[in-house]
Ligand binder design. Structure first.
Ligand code: DGJ
Length: 718
């Protein structure tokens, strides 16, 4: 990794492994973009910029010039990276280069999550200072490149030296490509079917993904990729853009009249503004940009490694995660201590390690219409409180974990009766309910203090090893009772800053607790949350077949260790489908394995199988959670993926076939990601395979009959 400045061409070259990002300062001191892609030995930036000289003919036009942080109101008619409003109402500004700094390491972003380094030698950072002379504000662009990851991060910081300004738009990154020969990939969906891979053609005009829901959302993940046509999992160029943020975001791809393509990503400017008083600063979130010339798997590998090692933090980031049982789909709100202990006993006998008590343990919570905010134990259900229950669970040899939803309040709660103005709301307007609840106003300090104090006391009250931090509704009536009129459009971002502060305080106070984030399943499955909590509940859909799509799409950016995947009952509660315990287990064994069903109702045969699967999983859990996950194929009826270790001494092949076919040919698959030089044995057998045979001739899969079939094959080097 290096960053260098060339005094002659006034250009900056940033290198991260095989990635190069080059920018230059033009004769008018504008910061322009030259190149983003595969590392080049000799790039003469003037050969690139020559194309744009005509922009400075008699009629200046920035409309064709690739820029690094384009302004609004001069001669570029595309979407700008930022826009500010001055006291006279005008919104035209023009940033020019004033200075730069190159230094080892990577600075933290104040109040925001970001990728980080553990030593200064792991990354290098370039700061470029730009200034609008008339408006007297500056923008610092931050670029960091890593030694070990083919990624470059960007963010921007606004500093106001002049009169008060209003920021109307402040995106994190803007990258101009010289052509439009791309396809756009995004991870889209809905509750219970999150992050399906969607590919679209890009056309002249703007195509975008966004969230206006106050959370990064089930509907669109804060990620997009541009890939050269015909790129596949192993070959071709891909550019990934992933935003480290959990709130309203936008990702925009604009193709202009010259077939240039501009990618923008950052906080959604919709219903956003930020009053920046003299002397104040505003920091944008970080965008992590990855370049791969080894297809989508190449891109995913970089995100997986970077996010596992340099985004997730704390004791558990590289520790094997426990196999848990969660009582939600087993009991919903209808449980007592006896029932929970029955499930826990069975869990222990199957080899499960952690018991998680989900929703319904507090206040008068017997359905979803009350008690959020009243975080004290319901003694009718749990007469001895957590202290008693957790002790009994621990005595069985299991760890004890707890669900909570601290950001919410039920109108039917003591908290709401005491503090009706503590939720997001707009004056006298109706406070729309969703799942019978309202959102606490985390932009308020007093609300944040209440949450930190209440949750800290709760976590101190028993031997709690794990927390599932849930959030079950999106924001409406986004207003705060304490902010002045001119700051009301700051509320959704202030909420996220407030949330990050709360998460930082609680997770650092309880370093021994494993935190898992959740938002009605995967409604906030984003890099921002992974900075505080190293794993997340992937989706409320536990059906094995739907999970193939969800986990496949999720793996574009996020590694298996971040995905919770549970075996649940059949017929499945979300889709009604009946699948075998084998395929349900194999899907769960592709990520962080767990169970979410009444274990006491299983047949002896099912229990025997589960015992075996748990044993197998424990044997290769490290490989699953921290290995290299590669997608092999996703066809209409068949899905394959593989997990290998770094040394290619061990790997697991997963194959899933959705519907049985008449007169089907037995399938042979060519294995990728393993060594052609090594010899492997299929674990549990004496069958020996050459790595070269598996790669070039392929692996013949067993004959499969019936619907919803799967195969999990573990190979070890001999
Ligand atoms: C939504 C979560 O995704 C579920 O797993 C469960 O915890 C419920 N909330 C409880 O209300």
């Amino acid at each position: 990794m290096t960053i260098s400045f060339n005094e002659d061409s006034l250009s900056f070259d940033l290198f991260a492994k095989d990635l190069q990002y080059t920018i230059y300062i033009d004769e008018n001191k504008r910061l322009c973009h030259a190149y983003f892609g595969k590392r080049i030995k000799n790039l003469n930036v003037r050969h690139i910029s020559d194309l744009y000289r005509r922009a400075y003919g008699p009629n200046l036009s920035l409309d064709i010039v690739p820029q690094e942080y384009p302004s609004y109101g001069t001669t570029d008619f595309r979407s700008p990276a930022y826009q500010v409003q001055f006291r006279d109402g005008s919104t035209v500004s023009d940033l020019r280069y004033i200075s730069h700094r190159i230094y080892p390491g990577k600075p933290k972003l104040e109040g925001l999550p970001s990728t980080y380094v553990d030593g200064e030698d792991e990354a290098e950072t370039l700061e470029i200072h730009l200034k609008d002379d008339i408006g007297k504000f500056e923008v610092i662009l931050f670029y960091s490149v890593f030694e070990d990851f083919q990624a470059i991060t960007r963010s921007a910081k606004f500093i106001n030296f002049g009169e008060d300004i209003k920021i109307l738009r402040a995106l994190s990154t803007s990258v101009d490509f010289e052509d439009d020969n791309f396809e756009m990939f995004q991870l889209s969906g809905a509750w219970a079917r999150e992050r399906h891979v969607v590919k679209r053609e890009i056309k002249p005009g703007i195509q975008s993904i966004e969230s206006r829901r106050g959370a990064s959302s089930h509907q669109q993940n804060p990620f997009l990729a541009l890939a050269r046509k015909d790129t596949d999992e192993w070959n071709g160029e891909v550019y990934g853009f992933s935003l480290v943020y959990s709130g309203n975001f936008i990702g925009e791809v604009e193709v202009n009249q010259y077939k240039d393509t501009r990618v923008l990503m950052g906080i959604n400017p919709f219903d956003f503004s930020w009053l920046l008083k003299t002397g104040e600063t505003f920091q944008t979130p970080e965008c992590v940009m990855v370049y791969s010339d080894k297809g989508f798997n190449g891109m995913s590998q970089t995100y997986h490694k970077l996010y596992t090692n340099k985004l997730a933090r704390g004791k558990y980031k590289l520790e094997q995660r426990p196999i848990l049982v969660n009582n939600w789909e087993a009991t919903y709100f209808d449980f007592n201590e006896e029932k929970l202990l029955e499930i826990a006993k069975e869990a222990k006998s199957l080899g499960i390690e952690l018991f998680v008590l989900d929703d319904g343990w507090f206040g008068k919570r017997n359905s979803d219409n009350s008690s959020l905010g009243d975080w004290y134990v319901n003694k009718e259900k749990l007469p001895e409180g957590f202290e008693g229950l957790s002790k009994k669970i621990n005595d069985l040899g299991l760890k004890f974990g707890l669900w909570m939803e601290p950001e919410m309040v039920s109108p039917d709660s003591d908290l709401y009766r005491d503090h009706p103005d503590w939720c997001l709301h707009v004056g006298e307007r109706e406070r729309h309910l969703s799942r019978n609840q309202l959102v606490l106003d985390l932009s308020r300090k007093d609300v944040r203090e209440y949450i930190v104090e209440t949750i800290s006391n709760l976590l101190k009250s028993a031997n709690i090893s794990y927390v599932k931090w849930d959030m079950n509704r999106n924001m409406t009536e986004i207003g705060s009772a304490t902010l002045p009129a001119e700051r009301q459009r700051e509320v959704s971002h202030r909420y996220i800053l407030g949330l990050y502060e709360v998460l930082e305080r609680i997770t650092s106070q309880f370093p021994d607790i494993l935190f898992e984030s959740c938002a009605g399943g995967g409604g906030r499955f984003d890099p921002g949350m992974f900075y505080y909590m190293p794993q997340a509940w992937t989706s409320d859909d536990t059906d094995a077949i739907e999970r193939l799509k969800i986990q496949y799409g999720t793996s574009y950016v996020y590694p298996p260790v971040m995905m919770g995947s549970h075996v649940s009952a059949v017929p499945n509660h979300q889709v009604g489908r009946i699948t075998s315990i084998d395929i349900r287990s194999h899907v769960a064994m592709s990520a962080n394995m767990g169970f979410e069903l009444d274990l006491t109702k299983l047949s002896e045969e099912e229990k025997d199988k589960i015992r075996k699967y748990i044993n197998d999983y424990k044997k290769f859990r490290k490989l699953v959670q921290f290995g290299n996950f590669y997608r092999l194929f996703f066809e209409e009826n068949e899905v394959g993926w593989i997990i290998t270790d770094e040394e290619q001494d061990e790997f697991i092949v997963y194959y899933f076939k959705v519907l049985g076919e008449p007169n089907a040919k037995q399938r042979r698959i060519k294995i990728k990601g393993i060594s052609t030089q090594k010899i492997y044995r299929l674990d549990g057998t004496s069958e020996i395979y050459g790595g070269d045979e598996l790669v070039f001739a392929g692996l013949l899969l067993p004959e499969l009959k019936g619907d919803f079939q799967s195969v999990l094959l573990h190979f070890v080097r001999v």
